[in-house]
Design a protein around this ligand. Sequence first.
Ligand SMILES: [Ca+2]
Ligand SMILES: [Ca+2]
Length: 209
Amino acid sequence: MRLKVKYLLSLIVGWGVLLVSLPSGYAAQLGRTATALQVARLIVADFNSPGWRTNLGDPFGGWDRDPNDRTQFCRPRLVEEPRLGTTGYSLMLEYDVDSPNPAYDGFWMKLPSIPLHNFRVLSLAVLGDPERGCTKRVKLELKDARHRASYVLEGIQPTWVRLRIPLEAFQGIEKIQAATELVIVFDDQTVTEKTGTLYLDDIAFESAP
Ligand SMILES: [Ca+2]
Ligand SMILES: [Ca+2]
């Protein structure tokens, strides 16, 4: 029960952050759906298995703009602490876009052609490392073979928050019927800290009832 309350609180905190950072149209939409207790969820990745696969069986990993430029990188790891929940792992992303060259790197995760019309929200839990520091802002992308839709995620804090992003908030999402990849981009133009460590857990698509 305590856990449930804790989860609910983090959910409310997540909504709060999102309500602040979104245009009023989305805020109104969220206000309506936030009252619903039953939400169908497709868990894409909870990182609770040691193999580098999502819950849907697909691979994920880090990417660098230029592997020869050692001043910029994104290194993913599965870690037991800190994590969301009492078992398994979270994904730790140690990133660096502090470079004399233009810098961007990040994380990719393959998706099994998820039909986006079945869902309304991308949900994920994030935590910025309180000691190593972390950007408050990253770019998210949903892709298919030919298109890319992007969204600047705000509200990363030094405590776990669940952020729920309406799919309509992704710029260019209307061109993507079935998503085949989710990408996180740290780029030197978007981040608020050029080096840091971000933790991710519980990535899911949700369909509001
Ligand atoms: Ca986990
Ligand atoms: Ca660097």
